[in-house]
Design a protein around this ligand. Structure first.
Ligand SMILES: Cc1ncc(COP(=O)(O)O)c(C=O)c1O
Length: 386
């Protein structure tokens, strides 16, 4: 650690873990069965109940990236295919397309205040090779799913939801992740529900879910737990697959966190409301998602800095005060395909601390520091990529 640098007092995100999670992990270690088994099955059932789908449609995996790749593979996306996705996402979304052997085609967001995939992009970018569209519920805010379904279904394209930021979020009476052909969740350490590393895929079709389940573990039709308990005999694998299994320790922690998710999301909503109220004062800061669709999961609190602010300086100044910030995201598209709305958004975006362990008073400290840092940064005009 740099001795000159003050410690981070306000991290952007932080897992909230306690004795219950520790006890769950201890119980699994004491059981002697660490690889995919009864805890993973129970975790899948817990997730299915949160999502409101039958348990066989949920397949727990080792990461959100694995979930995305598995979903695409189970839907038959492969070499020669194109997949449309927003440029404004974490690189895992497009990595998964490449892992499937397909080509990512990067698309625009709707607007700076609605930085989710613009449904009109499907018509603009679809070609004979397009097989799927990935909608990213950026920051935990629902995409316009009805419009995306209307843009994809008549063209025969599979709609996949990257719901890494959105466990527990809802739209039109259904959980995000259940509105497309497949939904993908991440349980990485900074996510709303965490087990350190992990993920899950939710498939709309039973057959596709069964394919995903087999592909998760080398194409096998039975698990080591099935064989150890005599539930199923070993049989030859059906084609090749991956090793995307989740461990029992991770699943046990995930089960505790799944019981706490609704409370976590409520706390996130409260902090976010405080940010909105506080940052409504004039000062040039804009807040995306002024009128969110449905019920968001409030994973991130993105703000748009005034165009005259110098983001690099704002971030350094805040860091000196122990306030961590992040940029979500550096766009994934190259210079050959300009996406001006995405570029303009990404230049001004800054994510403020948001997690259930923040106290109400912390919001005032962070907002005051932010306003001061913006004022100080205005002696230099123009903006830079952080
Ligand atoms: C939008 C998005 N998709 C996918 C992922 C990948 O999840 P994981 O880190 O669990 O592989 C992330 C992770 O941060 C993400 O932000």
């Amino acid at each position: 650690m740099d001795p000159e640098r003050p410690p981070v007092r306000y991290p952007v995100g932080r897992p909230v873990l306690g004795e219950e999670e520790a006890e769950a992990a201890r119980r699994v270690v004491a059981s002697g069965w660490l690889s995919q088994g009864p805890e993973v099955e129970a975790f899948e059932a817990d997730l299915a109940s949160i999502l409101g789908v039958p348990p066989p449609r949920v397949v727990a995996v080792s990461s959100g990236t694995a979930a995305l790749h598995l979903a695409l593979a189970a839907l038959g996306v492969g070499p020669g295919d194109e997949v449309i996705l927003p440029s404004l996402t974490f690189r895992a979304t497009s990595d998964a397309v490449r892992q499937a052997g397909a080509t990512p085609v990067h698309a625009e967001i709707a607007s700076p205040l609605d930085p989710t995939l613009d449904p009109a992009e499907v018509g603009r970018l679809a070609t004979r090779r397009t097989r799927a569209v990935i909608a990213v519920h950026y920051a935990g805010y629902p995409c316009p799913m009805a419009e995306l379904v209307a843009a994809t279904r008549p063209r025969g394209l599979a709609l996949v939801e990257d719901a890494a930021h959105a466990p527990g979020a809802r739209l039109d009476g259904a959980a995000l992740g259940t509105l497309g052909e497949a939904g993908c969740l991440s349980f990485y350490a900074n996510k709303n529900l965490t087990c350190g590393e992990g993920g899950a895929v939710v498939m709309r079709g039973e057959a596709a879910a069964e394919r995903a389940r087999r592909l998760r573990s080398h194409g096998a039709t039975s698990t080591a737990w099935d064989r150890a308990t005599g539930r199923l005999e070993a049989s030859p694998p059906v084609g090749a697959g991956f090793n995307y299994r989740l461990s029992e320790v991770h699943a046990a922690i995930g089960r505790v966190q799944s019981r706490r998710l609704a409370g976590f999301n409520e706390r996130r909503a409260r902090i976010d409301a405080l940010y909105r109220e506080r940052l409504a004062r004039p000062g040039g800061i804009e807040l995306p998602f002024p009128e969110p669709r449905g019920l968001p999961a409030y994973h991130l609190r993105p703000v748009l800095l005034p165009p005259w602010a110098h983001r690099g300086r704002v971030r350094s100044r805040l860091r000196e005060e122990g306030i961590e910030t992040a940029v979500h995201f550096s766009p994934l598209h190259g210079p050959e395909v300009p996406l001006p709305r995405t570029e303009a958004y990404a230049l001004r975006e800054l994510s403020l601390p948001l997690h259930p362990a923040l106290a109400d008073e912390d919001v005032e400290v962070i907002c005051e520091a932010l306003e001061g840092a913006i004022r100080e940064s205005t002696d230099v005009r123009g903006n830079v990529q952080a």
